[in-house]
Design a protein around this ligand. Structure first.
Ligand code: NAD
Ligand code: UDP
Length: 325
């Protein structure tokens, strides 16, 4: 059935792919974004559609829309972006959550929170299951994001218990694909940008830390399945690919797939509190959503490399240095 759907952060990497799918399915989509980390090109092709509307706004301010569903994705997601103004990041997570939850309560909309594997911090349990409470440094440089997202989860469950708001909480693990910001400093965007330009591939530390990488189409499928799931499926529920690789293995794979002469180099410091290992346990998503990723890392990386070859990097704002006191 045709629904009215608000996507906050809808012009971003994940948000724009989600808007594509929702518009294609015939829903009326309102995309709200403050364009902090997004690129207009991500949603330009949707602007002429009668069932798509773009609103430039900030989720830290109250919002009023008559909608049936809300996907709350507004928040910088890459370490360099969320550490640029950590106080604003925390406000975006916490005040953004309060604002979308307040709206959901008023108009009786169902609301999905884009939470993160970062709620597990540097995990002492591997792979990470939803019942694990995590290992987060509350005062470190990643805390603005990790604790902001944890507080947002708390708010979601309190609005659910207290006000019967229909909630869905997805814990998203590292996701990549076309439209990822080429200068966001994340590992896939950095390595592909470097490989395509024939530059050195920069491992932080010795590259033995691991991550598990999910292709964007799979992730968006998971979000939509979770939104459509029965009311008892509040989550939190892990969404990600279980294909764990070290960062060094990822670098070597990207060099091979891009067919470049780039060298993989060490010597850069490992950022503070960088999680050592990360891999989702997705048994719950398989059981309650019937969801699991389908796109292999090789296929997903090929598609992403192809996209990087089509973009003009001068269209994108270059990296903003992190704030240093
Ligand atoms: P992104 O930076 O491309 O998207 C975030 C979007 O939110 C951008 O369009 C940005 O302009 C917008 N935004 C930021 N602050 C805002 C504010 N105050 N008001 C309105 N809009 C604001 O990143 P992404 O990878 O697409 O991430 C989307 C969501 O998914 C984020 O909430 C992120 O925490 C979550 N997530 C992503 C990943 C991943 O690997 N991509 C992993 C875990 C969680
Ligand atoms: N990383 C790296 N080189 C880079 C960018 C990132 O070795 O040029 C490492 C980073 O230290 C981390 C991993 O890759 O261990 C994933 O980093 P990213 O910023 O993509 O995401 P997150 O740490 O939030 O999972």
């Amino acid at each position: 059935m045709r629904k009215r759907i608000l996507v906050t952060g809808g012009a971003g990497f994940l948000g724009s792919h989600l808007c594509d799918r929702l518009v294609e399915a015939g829903h009326e989509v309102v995309c709200l974004d403050n364009f902090f980390t997004s690129h207009r090109g991500n949603i330009e092709h949707l602007l002429g559609k009668t069932n798509f509307e773009l609103v430039r706004a900030d989720v830290t301010n109250p919002v009023q829309f008559e909608v049936d569903q809300i996907y709350n994705l507004a928040c910088p997601a890459a370490p360099g972006h969320y550490q640029y103004n950590p106080i604003k990041t925390m406000k975006t997570s916490v005040m953004g959550a309060m604002n979308v939850l307040g709206l959901a309560r008023r108009v009786r909309a169902r609301v999905l929170q884009a939470s993160t594997s970062e709620v597990y911090g540097d995990p002492a349990v591997h792979p990470q299951v939803e019942s694990y409470w995590g290992n987060v440094n509350p005062i470190g440089p990643r805390a603005c994001y990790d604790e902001g997202k944890r507080a947002a989860e708390t708010l979601f469950f309190d609005y659910h218990r207290m006000n019967k708001v229909s909630i869905r909480v997805a814990r998203i693990f590292n996701t990549y694909g076309p439209r990822i910001h080429p200068f966001d400093g994340r590992v896939v965007s950095n390595f592909i940008r470097q490989a395509v330009a024939g530059q050195d591939i920069t491992l932080f530390g010795d590259g033995s830390q691991s991550r598990s990488f999910c292709y964007v189409d799979d992730l968006v499928d998971g979000l939509m399945k979770l939104m459509a799931a029965p009311d008892e499926c509040t989550g939190p529920i892990n969404l990600g690919n279980t294909n764990e690789f070290t960062v060094k293995q990822l670098a070597e794979k990207i060099v091979a797939l891009a067919g470049t002469k780039s060298k993989v180099v060490t010597g850069r410091p490992l950022p503070q509190d960088d999680p050592t290992r990360r891999q989702p346990d997705i048994s719950l998503a398989k059981k309650v959503l019937g969801w699991e990723p389908k796109v292999s890392l090789d296929d997903g990386l090929r598609r992403t490399i192809d996209w990087f070859r089509t973009i003009d990097l001068t269209d994108y704002r270059p990296p903003t240095p992190n704030f240093v006191a």
